[in-house]
Design a protein around this ligand. Structure first.
Ligand code: GCB
Length: 595
């Protein structure tokens, strides 16, 4: 608590207690199948551009004066406005639209302890970019990274009396853009802020299954399933049980020092995009049981081909941001399903979830409907590649994404970045990330959306040696006017590994018509797609395609008043997805026959 007024307004050390490095997640992170008691709903809220909450230590709520008023005198959570959680600050009121900076959310809740489930984790689905969590006047933890969840053990922070005692949670969010963050201060998307995914409590027994992976063993001829389990709590050694009722599997697994693995001989029906078969899998240990739905499939490469379950497959896809005109980054399940239905309508089987981890609900739904996914961390453009804190932040986001989604059959690729110039510093930084992804998950492919050699018109990037699949962003017909150069680029690049065109496209607001030579018209965009797919047809080593982008998205950099009005217009649909542009059909027809 500040000693006096002068201290409070002048003391710039107010942030120090919270900035002791990066607080990474505790062991639990994949909460699939866990019951979550949501703390969503109406929260007291204020934007706090001058960081007054942290300076004045409002979270300590310590004193009341002789009148019963909070000290410092001029704040009271109950007098703040209410906002609904989850949501993006910027869409709550017109005057918050361009807001970037600190904000404070707080609410009270009751908590009654349940015998046998005494441990409690708080899950914060996502906060962009920094979250400082306080419960009952104590600092609980900090999370960095705008798109991955935070799980923290709050057992010792809660009031568990069976009386009327309440608990107060207070979260300071901050979506300031900074050159040392991941992404840095300059991107091509809107910087929504706030507590924008679900938040809630997860009750667990004292010893619980903190992590598990279940999947087909790579190279086993689709005949073996690998299971691994990590437990947390006092019972570090014992026996876990694994059941897959539909396959008649009931087996045990020995856990020693908190870890155990098991190889099961089985021939499950394989998951693929036409037959997204999921099995119920139950893992139990001590008094804890975890239920997952798992699809068994194998993803691999051979030469320039990508193989799904041993068969060559073309990734017919489209890129997408996580955005809705109504909710910003807060996407409803219905909106995710709507996007996936559009992808299916396009005869596609694949989606690039750009440029940061989307909600885990996306991969869960993709498992169910049968779509392949590329997931990515926001190592975008010119990251502070020489800064060790920036690396730690990037790696943390990568690990959180992999831990969160590693049991999803739909996810086939981890991407470690997008359009980063091929410098020595970047090579060191991103190679380390690629190696980390491989070490954590050898069963999936690692990629990045790379630049290419513009002088020699050749697909060339030193990071390629560390990647399974090479992604290429190219904008022939838009940023680069000479379409013939694409043919030369492909001819000059005899790749030894699969290449996916991760981006290409052109801007056109829906309803803007003209000739195919007039930029910013649907006809121009359509013609770019026509030329692009004609060229693609001639290239035998092309393994996938995910043009930019399914629908138009908000972007502060796009300032052209008539054509853009703060939207990137490279979508195949308009921002609310009610209208398809002409190019949609070109891609749909191409995918119907591309083999
Ligand atoms: C790119 C970026 C993407 C942009 C796009 C564009 O290469 O990867 O984030 O939005 O170009 O429209 O310029």
């Amino acid at each position: 608590k500040p000693k006096n007024f002068v201290d409070m307004i002048h003391n710039e050390a107010y942030l120090e207690p919270f900035r002791k490095g990066l607080i990474t997640n505790e062991s639990l992170i994949n909460d699939y199948g866990r019951r979550i008691e949501l703390l969503n709903g109406m929260w007291s809220f204020t934007i706090d551009p001058y960081d007054t909450c942290l300076r004045g230590k409002w979270w300590q709520e310590e004193d009341r004066d002789s009148r019963g008023a909070f000290v410092p005198v001029d704040y009271n959570f109950d007098d703040w406005e209410l906002t609904s959680v989850p949501s993006c600050i910027n869409l709550q009121k017109p005057e918050y639209f361009w807001y970037e900076g600190p904000a404070v959310y707080t609410r009270e809740f009751h908590y009654y302890e349940e015998v046998g489930r005494e441990r409690v984790y708080l899950k914060v689905g996502a906060v962009n970019y920094e979250a400082l969590i306080f419960i009952n006047r104590r600092f609980v933890g900090r999370h960095l990274g705008g798109s991955t969840p935070m799980f923290v053990d709050v057992t010792d922070y809660l009031n568990k009396e069976h009386g009327n005692e309440t608990n107060r949670i207070l979260i300071v969010t901050n979506n300031d853009r900074k050159p040392t963050q991941v992404p840095m201060h300059n991107t091509d998307w809107f910087n929504y802020g706030g507590l924008y995914r679900d938040i809630g409590l997860i009750r667990l027994p004292k010893t619980f299954i903190a992590d598990s992976s279940v999947g087909l063993q790579k190279g086993s001829g689709f005949k073996k399933i690998d299971v691994s389990v990590t437990v947390d709590g006092p019972e570090q050694s014992g026996t876990a049980a694994v059941e897959i009722p539909e396959l008649g599997i009931v087996q045990t697994l020995e856990v020693r020092d908190g870890k155990g693995t098991l190889e099961i001989v089985a021939e499950p029906e394989l998951w693929d995009t036409d037959n997204p078969k999921l099995y119920d899998v139950m893992i139990s240990y001590a008094t804890d049981t975890l239920n997952e739905k798992i699809g068994f499939r194998e993803i691999a490469t051979s030469g320039t081909e990508i193989l799904l379950n041993g068969k060559s497959i073309k990734l017919k896809g489209i890129s997408s941001h996580e955005e809705s005109v109504v909710g910003g980054k807060t996407m409803t399940e219905a909106e995710i399903r709507e996007n996936f239905a559009l992808v299916k309508e396009m005869n596609a089987n694949y989606m690039r979830l750009a440029h940061y981890p989307h909600t885990e609900k996306a991969a869960r739904i993709a498992d169910e409907v049968g779509l392949l996914l590329w997931e990515e961390i926001p190592v975008y453009w010119s990251i502070a590649f020489t800064n060790p804190d920036t690396y730690a932040d990037a790696e943390n986001q990568l690990c959180e994404m992999i831990k969160r989604d590693k049991n999803r059959a739909s996810v086939i690729m981890w991407s470690v970045g997008n359009e980063n110039a091929d410098t020595d510093e970047r090579l060191v930084f991103m190679r380390k990330l690629a190696e980390k992804a491989k070490e954590m998950d050898p069963s999936r492919l690692v990629s990045a959306a790379c630049l290419w050699n513009k002088d020699e018109l050749r697909i060339e990037d030193r990071l390629a040696d560390s990647l399974d699949v090479m992604g290429i962003n190219e904008y022939f017909g838009w940023y680069n006017p000479h379409f013939d150069d694409l043919v030369t680029l492909f001819e000059n690049s005899r790749s030894g590994k699969p290449i996916v065109i991760t981006e290409c496209g052109a801007d056109a607001p829906f309803g803007e018509h003209g000739t195919k030579d007039q930029m910013w018209t649907e006809e121009y965009q359509e013609n770019v797609y026509i030329q692009q797919v004609e060229t693609m047809r001639k290239i035998d080593y092309m393994a996938g395609f995910s043009p930019w982008i399914l629908y138009d998205f908000r972007c502060p950099r796009r300032t052209n008043r008539y054509q853009q009005s703060f939207y990137n217009r490279k979508g195949l649909l308009n921002p609310d997805k009610t209208q398809k542009k002409l190019a949609f059909k070109i891609l749909r027809d191409f995918y119907a026959e591309w083999e």
